[in-house]
Design a protein around this ligand. Structure first.
Ligand SMILES: Nc1ncnc2c1ncn2[C@@H]1O[C@H](COP(=O)(O)OP(=O)(O)OP(=O)(O)O)[C@@H](O)[C@H]1O
Length: 241
């Protein structure tokens, strides 16, 4: 049977926006008071846009990213992912949307060190019960896409930091997501390797019409981004480039 991941409308139907928020707030109760972590966020990422999110520690980045992928709920306001209103979806539907349409990257590649690059990339496909032959083919394609076709059988622990982050990118891309969210993907890399990853992310966003939102402190990434959003004390302003 064809796996669900390859057959849904959700994965392939054209969409107007990858992610959109309307007047999103998030309050946390804290020490008898309330922290207003997000204070009326309106943002939009379109297909193929490579957008940087810049903000100091405590500005609300993690809170926002979690809300955008439906791992947390806003206190008020609405979030739409691929034109679908998250608040109208069940937990199961949100989990499916994440599994099928969202790819994630972090500061650390989080590879299994004793598994090969290929095996690491196959993990999301295993979770989606993609049959073995198809899994191998999709993982090989994703690794080739990030320039690591020849490293497929190297174990995580045998790869450099930049190669590990490329494997993490291949793993984020392997199920052909529409939306990639990344939190400091170049934070642990030297500047040259970081630059490579940034240009790779950017060209993939543009070529494959994937919307990318990258939380970062990396000035090279601000330069490469189509747009830079500044988040400060739970509010967003767009930088004029
Ligand atoms: N579970 C929570 N309970 C109470 N306050 C919280 C909670 N999570 C976050 N906050 C507060 O909300 C604000 C935003 O936090 P958030 O983690 O989103 O910031 P950030 O920009 O991701 O910071 P960093 O870059 O350090 O990860 C901060 O003032 C933080 O202390």
């Amino acid at each position: 049977m064809e796996p669900e991941i390859l057959t849904t409308q959700q994965t392939h139907a054209p969409v107007k926006t990858i992610v959109e928020t309307r007047a999103v707030t998030r309050d946390y109760p804290s020490g008898g008071g309330i922290v207003h972590a997000l204070r009326g966020i309106d943002l939009r990422v379109l297909p193929g846009e490579f957008v940087a999110l810049r903000g100091r520690s405590g500005s609300g980045k993690t809170t926002l990213l979690n809300i955008l992928i439906g791992l947390d709920n806003p206190t008020s306001g609405e979030v739409f992912v691929l034109d679908q209103k998250l608040s109208s979806m069940s937990e199961t539907e949100r989990a499916r949307l994440r599994r099928e349409s969202v790819g994630m990257m972090f500061q650390n590649a989080h590879l299994f060190p004793s598994l090969t690059a290929q095996e690491n990339v196959e993990i999301p496909l295993r979770l989606a019960r993609v049959p073995s032959r198809k899994r191998t083919e999709m993982a090989q394609q994703a690794l080739a896409h990030v320039g690591l076709g020849k490293r497929a059988h190297h174990r995580g622990m045998e790869l450099s930091g930049g190669e590990q982050q490329r494997v993490a990118l291949a793993r984020a891309l392997v199920h052909k997501p529409r939306f990639i969210i990344a939190d400091e993907p170049t934070g642990n890399l030297d500047s040259l390797t970081g630059r490579d990853i940034i240009h790779l992310l950017r060209s993939i966003a543009h070529e494959e019409h994937i919307g990318m939102l990258i939380a970062t402190h990396d000035a090279v990434l601000y330069k490469a981004a189509d747009r830079v959003l500044n988040i400060n004390d739970g509010q967003i302003t767009e930088e004029v480039k």
